[in-house]
Each structure stands twice: as structure tokens, then as C-alpha cells.
Write a protein that binds this ligand. Sequence first.
Ligand code: S3P
Length: 252
Amino acid sequence: MDINALRTQIDQIDAEIVKLFERRMQVAQEIAGYKKQNNLPLYDVGREETLLQSRTQMLQDAGLSPYVKQLFKTLMELSKGYQHRMTSEKNIVLIGLMGSGKSSKGKLLAERLGMRFVDVDEEIERTQGMTIAEIFEHKGKIAFREIEHKIIADISGEKRCVISTGGGVVLSETNMKKLKENGTVVFLNRDVDATVKTIDTDARPLLKDGAQKLFEIYDDRLPLYRKWQDIEIAGEFKTVEDAVDKMIGELF
Ligand code: S3P
């Protein structure tokens, strides 16, 4: 058999998968509508675990179990993202200290839920044509906060995005009120000892005198993060994936 014939087979299989995927997403949406009408939560941990087990039991080749588990985990995440998108216009807003992983975890969260990802610090750098460190150096902290304020005003008008903020966003009540108007706020409360050990201080002007400063900043801001959070994700996770698993579990 030649490679082209095999590729044709894959094309045909994929065409069926796409058709089935579309049907699965439509039904997921109907379920979301039902749950919304009946005030039921979108997420049901027990049901998901049963489903994963039953799908692997359907296999003829048990060696494929881990792959099927991964496939259905992804399918369920995508349908949760889709259901969220269909039933809510809300953003998911990540807050937390520098180095808590708002960008890396936010990016993966967005990808896994099929949502758009927006990074406030990246937007600031893009619109200013300078790095955050350069803005602090040439324009100063106050000017940085003003720019951040403007960017937040724009971004908080977005819908259905995962928004990663800068660690100091909570210093402004106006910023947080705007973000909260259309957003579920998730506080990434990462272990500060661990953060201090791994954080890149070069890119962070507030840590120019050393990463130890983070302990002080944490103590100052903790009450603010807690004031604005809807959900708190605390502790250390082995991988970004594990942290995102936890976030999805808490969000839906
Ligand atoms: C800041 C955090 C930074 C950046 C700026 C100020 C802060 O963002 O916005 O250096 O006040 O904590 P990250 O939290 O993404 O590092």
C-alpha cells in the first residue's frame, strides 16, 4: 500500500471525526442550555470520571487507554470552553504576584478552553514599543501605571477572553472594578518561597534590588488579591498543566 492511499484513509476518517465532533459540540451546547435554565453547575467531576472510564472500556486495544483518556479529557475541556462561550460573555481574569504564572497558565487555559488569550503586560509593551523595564526606566512607575490603566480600560471591554494581568493591577480600584464587571477573577496564590527561587528579576523593575522584595510585595497585596478574587488557586503545582487542571475544575 502506498502512502497516498494511507493518507486518503486518514482524510476519510478525519471527515467522520469532524462530523461527529460537530454533533458532540451541538449536544454539549444543548446540555449547557438545560443546565443554565435549571441552575445546575456546568461541571460535574463524578460524571467526567465515569465518562473517561467508560470510554476506555469501549476500546478493543487496551494499549490505547492513555490516548483515549487524553482525547476525551481534551474533548470535555473544549466543550466546557464552548459551553462557557455560548452561555456567558464573561472573561476569565488572572491576578497574582509576579512569577505566579499568570501568563503561562493563562495561555494554556485559553488554549484548552478554546478562548482568546490577552496579556496586559504584552499589550503595554506592544503599544509602547518598549519593554516593561524600559518603560519604568525612561518614563517611571507613575507613567507605567497610567499606561496600564488605559490598557485595562480597553481590554476589560473584551468578551470571552482569558486575561493575564500585571501583578500590580489590584493597586487600582478602578482597574479591578472594570475587569470584574465582565470577568471571573482567579487569584493565582503561588507559594512565594518557590517563586523567589525561580523568578527572572531582569525583566521586573520592582525586583531590581533582588527577588527577596517579593515577600514584602506579597504581604502588602495579599488583602487586595483576596478582596477581588472570585476563585483562589493556592500552592505549588508540578506542571503548568496540573495548575490548569485545577483551574478548570474550580471554574466550572
Ligand atoms: C508589576 C508586575 C509586572 C509588570 C510590572 C509591575 C507589579 O507584571 O506589570 O513590572 O507591580 O507587580 P507580572 O506580574 O506579569 O510580572
